[in-house]
Design a protein around this ligand. Structure first.
Ligand code: SF4
Ligand code: SF4
Length: 226
């Protein structure tokens, strides 16, 4: 194998930046499973790392969001997901070409209901990869960009060096609580009312030119420090 594992990580980071990524980290999946035993229940076995990378949503688009999603927000959200899925495809191919297994997890795809969940939680993986903390809203909060990011994950058995999980919390901030149209955001991520949020998102699917379970209100409220 011609390239070292360090070279591979550098290549992945460079590729992600070419796609506009603002953050990239590597999560240790064994440590994640010890903390969250159910976290990898829907993915095949044999992966030891997750490469997690994120791109930024548009501040100008989020300014159009008041108490519900707008058509512009839906477009920005969807384009972010397309870009992330393309990026994950390329990263997975890089890893496979280097001789390792790789599995790109879709940016936004429902794999189970009650409770609704994707194949893995990009938020949990992002925290494990050192990219931010889980906020009161349940979103991954990046220290610079807040919750105005979206993420993608590529699982692999490549022995990439893992980053240190992010330790932190929202501190005194409660900026997303009052604007939430479902009153779903409580004091801690553990007490977040997922059912209330989901009911509100179901209402929002009836908004013309949106038609998706999206919102954007707590994303807008969590602007980070930039
Ligand atoms: S997505 Fe909307 S309804 Fe759900 S917690 Fe955020 S602001 Fe509240
Ligand atoms: S807006 Fe404040 S309270 Fe809400 S998730 Fe972000 S940092 Fe936490």
């Amino acid at each position: 194998m011609s390239e070292t594992i360090h070279d591979l990580r550098t290549q992945l980071k460079d590729e992600a930046e070419n796609y506009g990524a603002k953050a990239l980290g590597v999560a240790d999946l064994e440590a994640l499973s010890q903390r969250y035993p159910d976290a990898l229940a829907l993915v095949p076995a044999g992966f030891s790392r997750a490469v997690v990378t994120g791109i930024r949503l548009s501040d100008a688009v989020l300014e159009t969001v008041e108490d519900r999603p707008t058509a512009l927000y839906f477009h920005n959200y969807r384009q972010a997901n397309y870009q992330l899925d393309r990026l994950a495809f390329v990263l997975a191919d890089r890893i496979q070409t280097a001789g390792y297994r790789s599995l790109a997890i879709p940016a936004s795809q429902i794999f189970a209901r009650d409770p609704m969940r994707g194949q893995v939680s990009h938020r949990l993986l992002g925290r494990a990869a050192g990219l931010g903390h889980i906020g009161r809203s349940g979103l991954l909060v990046h220290p610079r960009y807040g919750a105005r990011m979206r993420y993608i994950s590529v699982l692999t058995d490549a022995p990439l060096s893992a980053d240190v999980p992010f330790e932190g919390d929202c501190g005194a901030c409660r900026a997303c609580q009052a604007p939430c149209p479902a009153a779903a955001i409580r004091d801690t991520p553990e007490t977040f009312d997922l059912d209330a949020c989901y009911r509100k998102l179901s209402e929002f699917t009836r908004i013309p030119f949106v038609g998706q379970h999206i919102c954007g209100v707590c994303v807008k409220a969590c602007a980070g420090s930039n």
